[in-house]
Design a protein around this ligand. Sequence first.
Ligand code: GLU
Length: 505
Amino acid sequence: MIKRVRVRFAPSPTGGLHMGGVRTALFNYLFAKKHGGDFILRIEDTDQTRFVEGAEEYIINALKWCGIAPNEGVGFGDGPHKPYRQSERKELGIYKTYADKLIGSGHAYYAFDTSQELDEMRKRMEAAKVVAPQYNAITRQNMRNSLTLSEDEVKKLLENGTPYVVRLKVPRNEEIRFQDIIRGWVTVNSSQVDDKVLLKSDGMPTYHLAHIVDDIEMQISHAVRGEEWLPSAPAHILIYRYLGLENEMPLLAHLPLILNPDGNGKISKREARFPVFPLSWKDPREETPYIGYKESGYYPEAFVNILALLGWNPGTNEELFSVEELGKIFDFDRVHKSGAKFDPEKAKWFNQQYLRKKSDAELAEAFKPVLKEKGIVRDDKFIEEFCKLLKEKVQFTHEFWEQGKYVFEMPAHYDEKVITKKWNETSKDLYTKLLTRLENLSNWDAIILHDDFALAQTEIGKLDMQLVRVLITGVAGGPQLFDLLALLGKEESLTRLRTALSKLS
Ligand code: GLU
């Protein structure tokens, strides 16, 4: 029987969700869309020591902003498998039932070692030059657990309420083979796998046990997650096997890492010179907040498009995809094995492409608050025209001001380079003649201006268009001059020209 596609994004609320996490959520979302399946948000909060206030809410808001909302789970509606927070699921007793089953079949055991005893074991192994000291098939023989203690002793310890953990009994030298959708067959020797803790002394399950129980209970068809979980996958396979659930377990897909722009490691949120979080994030444990993609002026469509191409390709040279389009074409056969380098400049380019798709009215709406803050009042039509003109020059809405503030403010300076190079003793006379000509122009639009300037060249002398631009705007570059003059209007343009002529001698 082919299982219904049910995927989950299962973050731990240990901080803000960074772009790597969003990419994992996105690939889950797209896969669910492609196959008409379900996308679930499960909160894996069994490690109470790492719980961070506000993280869960942040995750939910980030998914909403990206437009990749799950259809089931925390913050997105209950389904048949509620609750979706592991701390609440623990109360149902389900994790303990599975742990007991493993103990019953001899594949898990109680370990009573204190942290001091564990420390001593580590030290002994370090002294013996063991590279990666771990609790495993060899070391467990010298520790205090239900494999080394007598049945009576174990019973007594349990009755006394002695703290214990439940560990997976990993065999000593066995080949563990499993298939990953992206990586193909993976083979690991069990000697490299430690006896993972499944239940902690506070009765909470660890990630290893909890996610397996939940993936089974929630009928998850594919577990799609970051590459950092690949090393624990062999232990997970054993757990499924010992529970007799190997045939029911989800298919595994480990996504490649997102690498920093140099390609020499994972993106570090502290060192990155670009946003790492979708929305601004203030970690209660840290001083400085992190500015998000949203607050940096990125459109969610652009952000999602950027992420989609980090580790996946469409098989063509096409680069611009809406999330709906991606949901039709995405599949794991085009997800790469190797890490994907993030290019912050290319990210800006993506935003620019989406900005250009916006209508002038939408851009004007987004730009209005900037004008308002500066106390500038202009009618909607003017702002729309302004955005239309400047649209090709910006990558973000906030750049409209930097790129075109001269439209709203009289020039305070005139580009020095241009003036030094182009303003000479004949200029004043020539451009005063131009002023008079323009004063007599009855119609004022870009085409008429274009034609009149062409005529003026033959009648009053050779005009330098860059110089005209500087006299009117103060700056050396910008959109088409005649469009700009048309936008400013006759009165404003001529006042500016007159002012410039009075200042320059
Ligand atoms: N809670 C894990 C995390 O924080 C989930 C890993 C998984 O998807 O299995 O990434």
